[in-house]
Design a protein around this ligand. Structure first.
Ligand SMILES: Cc1ncc(COP(=O)(O)O)c(C=O)c1O
Length: 237
């Protein structure tokens, strides 16, 4: 049995507005791409967080990661990319809790179904990769990465569902690869990226993302919030 959007809404009192707002932002609607299967009964929450349950029935609060409106907002990144690069073949995205890539994948696959969406996670914060492999969200006991923007302890429940269905792969890279991405962006593109923002570029430079000759590839540089001394350390190598 799968839960369709109606069942999802019935189970999520108060979510209708957020859902509808989200659906308007994504061509075809967020829900058009998503079916919810047990064991993932989940709720869209509000600023107080969302109640979710794991397979053992344990209840916990998942702040904002299950917020469909937020995922839809992230989707506008892909919409803007595809306006500028309508023939993009591959979109590479850093992954923390997974909201960003979930939105990007939902919008990209709706607009350009043949495009591949690849996630990049730090080896020291690989919650999405672990969740994909395990089939359920896995809470990391330890996080160790320079990419603090990607350092989520657990994949968001809604992002995980979307990533399972729409994302082509999530690759894991170590911090040296991420640092190389930050250096390359500074030296060659004159862009200040934080480690989370440089992860996609680093993964491409390291060959961690498989790309075919002639493909149009977009690396999403998602942020530049890095303090000067940390940036200096990274640039020094
Ligand atoms: C700069 C940057 N890039 C990427 C991400 C990853 O987003 P998400 O946690 O939705 O996967 C974050 C998350 O905070 C971020 O700060």
């Amino acid at each position: 049995m799968t839960y369709g959007v109606e069942e999802f809404q019935r189970r999520t009192p108060g979510s209708r507005t957020a859902w509808e707002r989200a659906a308007k932002l994504i061509p075809g609607g967020v829900g058009s791409a998503i079916q919810f299967k047990p064991p993932y009964p989940l709720m869209i929450g509000d600023s107080k967080g969302s109640k979710v349950w794991d397979v053992d029935g344990n209840e916990y609060i998942d702040y904002s990661l299950c917020y469909a409106a937020m995922v839809a907002g992230h989707g506008t990144v892909a919409l803007e990319i595809l306006e500028d690069v309508p023939d993009a073949d591959v979109l590479v995205v850093g992954v923390g809790g997974g909201g960003l890539i979930a939105g990007v994948a939902t919008a990209a696959k709706a607009r350009r179904p043949g495009a591949r969406v690849i996630g990049v996670e730090p080896a020291g914060a690989n919650a999405m990769r672990r969740a994909l492999d395990a089939g359920v969200p896995v809470r990391l006991e330890r996080i160790d990465t320079i990419a603090d923007g990607l350092a989520a302890p657990i994949a968001g429940t809604l992002p995980l569902e979307i990533v399972r269905r729409l994302v082509d792969d999530v690759v894991v890279v170590d911090d040296a690869v991420i640092a190389e991405g930050v250096r390359f962006l500074a030296q060659r593109a004159k862009l200040v990226a934080e480690p989370a923002g440089g992860a996609a570029v680093g993964a491409l430079l390291a060959g961690a993302v498989r790309v075919r000759r002639g493909e149009r590839v977009v690396a999403i540089v998602s942020g530049g919030n890095v303090d000067a001394s940390r940036l200096a350390d990274i640039l020094r190598g």
